[in-house]
Design a protein around this ligand. Sequence first.
Ligand SMILES: [Ca+2]
Ligand SMILES: [Ca+2]
Length: 179
Amino acid sequence: MGSSRAKHWAFMVVIAVLWIPVPLFAATPVFTVPDTPSGKTYTINENVVIGTLIDTLSATDAGNGVIAFSIQTQTPSTPSKFAIDNGVQLVTTASFDYETEASKSYVLYITATSNAAASGTATATVTVSVADVNDNRPVFSSDIYFASIAENTASGNRIVFKQYLLVRPMSLFVTEASN
Ligand SMILES: [Ca+2]
Ligand SMILES: [Ca+2]
């Protein structure tokens, strides 16, 4: 009789364990390092090509759901410079020019959403800074220069060129003397 009662209680305990509900927050995604909610900063050169990979996004979900990433906001909001490609790749979608950029950095708020039944949404901050590159060709200050030297000018003597338009003196050195 006692053995039967023990089996009964054991059965009840098993049932109780099986009926423990899954907490609602179980499927809330969590960004993994380095895409922590506190933020990650990347620096890109101003001459990167469109489509450059900035970050491969990653998040975990206790509910084993499929996680989708999206850019919630970009600051400044225009022009749009980034997108998420192939589901997880944060890439550039426009060119950059350090000299004319209204802002030298962009702050992106990225959300991770799980398709699990009791899903939640996590947000991470990614800051992308644009670095200056010497991407400008040298430019002469004038198109035409002129100078006159004596025919017996020795090699190494300084001669003075004058710019055709600005008449601004500049110094050069003779590297070869002719007869
Ligand atoms: Ca530039
Ligand atoms: Ca530059």
